[in-house]
Design a protein around this ligand. Structure first.
Ligand code: PLP
Length: 433
């Protein structure tokens, strides 16, 4: 008889998980702060938001922060900030959440999808180069599943072709690329800070930049109440009404939480990093499974390890399907072991055939490209648990669940009749399609 729980054995995970997965961690200062904002009726003010913006920018070592109502809004303002407009092209990896690029269509620009690197799962710098045309205005770099993208090579390509770089840091707040914080390499960065992310303060987004010009373009586009801060004469001449027709300010229940979260996030991140690295250290050498993390000597880190995944090598497990492997791990007591990641955006009709604004032709005008790594990725990645605390006994049980399934793969082969037909999810938090 097999000792796999799926086949009648006992489960690997037996300990009470306690608060190891609870997120965000809410302290007294956050509770008192939100109550004060509520009681004072100060939700729509900007006094606390401005303090949060400065604290967030300082933490990143950048000059400016501009808080938004969502990460989607922050990234749209970042796109407008670098001058993305009618007829331009934005290069973006296809494997990401839709809010990395869909806003480009609202600016009259098109999205050109690039392939990803099979190790980092971030945009492949060589493929960026193949996407460049005379219309390319900017690259959207996503530090995907908290893995820092290869910024050295990306910045080289961007400089060579004189294109702007926007970083989508929604998965990687506080992560380091070769010792330097992600979000500080490009012209501007956008971050989601909604409740599911590693920097979680409620619905909200942040834009950071060292460029006064980008900051002011973001302000004119979606922050009418901040138009008094403008110094650019051309922008000032058209101020008081937001050029985008959007109102994007952050409500202060989020910013008051954010002001506190900036202070405690580095310590929380350090504990998450220790716990998650411990999980992967325990799985070192297990056949078929690779950690999705930068090497220790690279000086790169995964920050708060948002949506951490592992890489699956089916051929080292006798061709066992990823679906069957995940089923076995789930049976060990790990409900979060789900196959796949974000569905490839280039396969969605919004980017090939849909006419959003009634112009009579598809809104996205860029031709679709063949993306071989993206097309195969759904059968090569799986979720791992997101530990918020270093509790070695509990972590060891979760690691054992993955180890058991991999080491006993032969027991799983006989009933592995379903070939993998996984397409991924349009959002990591929603159900499979
Ligand atoms: C969550 C997310 C966003 C958008 O953020 P919201 O705050 O949900 O609007 C953008 N990009 C990526 C990669 C995300 O995961």
């Amino acid at each position: 008889m097999s000792n796999l729980a799926l086949l009648g054995g006992s489960k690997a995970v037996t300990l009470d998980q306690g608060d190891i997965f609870n997120w965000p961690i809410v302290n007294k200062a956050m509770e008192d702060g939100t109550l004060k904002v509520l009681r004072e009726g100060n939700m729509s003010g900007t006094d606390i938001t401005k303090k949060f913006e400065q604290a967030y920018a300082d933490w990143n070592g950048l000059k400016y922060g501009l808080a938004h109502s969502s990460g989607t809004a922050a990234l749209q303002c970042a796109m407008y900030g670098v001058g993305l407009g009618v007829g331009d092209e934005l290069i973006c990896p296809s494997t990401t959440y839709w809010a990395s690029c869909t806003q480009a269509l609202t600016l009259g620009a098109s999205v050109v999808f690039a392939d990803i690197d099979p190790v980092t799962l971030c945009v492949d710098p060589d493929d960026i180069e193949r996407c460049i045309t005379t219309r390319t205005k900017a690259i959207m770099v996503v530090h995907y599943l908290s893995y820092p993208a290869d910024m050295d090579r990306i910045m080289k390509v961007a400089k060579k072709h004189k294109i702007k770089v926007i970083e989508d840091v929604s998965h990687a707040h506080g992560a380091l690329y070769k010792g330097k914080m992600v979000g500080t390499f490009g012209d501007v960065a956008g971050y989601s800070v909604m409740s599911g992310k590693s920097f979680a303060i409620g619905e909200g987004g942040m834009l950071t930049t060292n460029s006064r010009e980008i900051l002011e373009r973001a302000i004119i586009f979606g922050h009418y109440e901040r138009h008094v801060e403008l110094t650019d004469e051309k922008l000032k001449a058209g101020s008081c009404v937001p050029w985008g027709g959007y109102k994007y300010r952050m409500h202060q229940l989020s910013s008051v939480v954010g002001l506190e979260q900036v202070k405690k996030y580095p310590a929380e991140m350090a504990e998450i990093d220790k716990a998650m690295n411990h999980f992967w250290d325990l799985l070192e050498g297990v056949p078929g499974l690779d950690a999705h993390r930068p090497s220790k000597k690279s000086g790169s880190t995964k920050g708060g390890w948002y949506a951490a995944h592992g890489i699956y090598r089916s051929k080292d497990l006798g061709g066992l399907s990823l679906g069957r492997f995940c089923e076995a791990v789930q049976a060990e007591g790990v409900s979060m072991c789900i196959a796949g990641c974000n569905a490839a955006l280039h396969t969605h009709p919004l980017f090939s055939s849909i006419d959003i604004y009634g112009s009579g032709s598809p809104t996205n005008r860029a031709p679709l490209r063949h993306l071989p790594v993206t097309d195969g990725i759904q059968t090569k990645v799986f979720n791992i648990p997101w530990f918020k605390h270093y509790r070695p006994e509990i972590i060891a049980q979760y690691a054992m669940a993955y180890r058991k399934a991999a080491e006993n793969y032969r027991d799983l082969l006989p009933d592995d009749v379903q070939p993998d037909d996984l397409k991924g999810k349009w959002a990591l938090t929603s159900r499979k399609i």
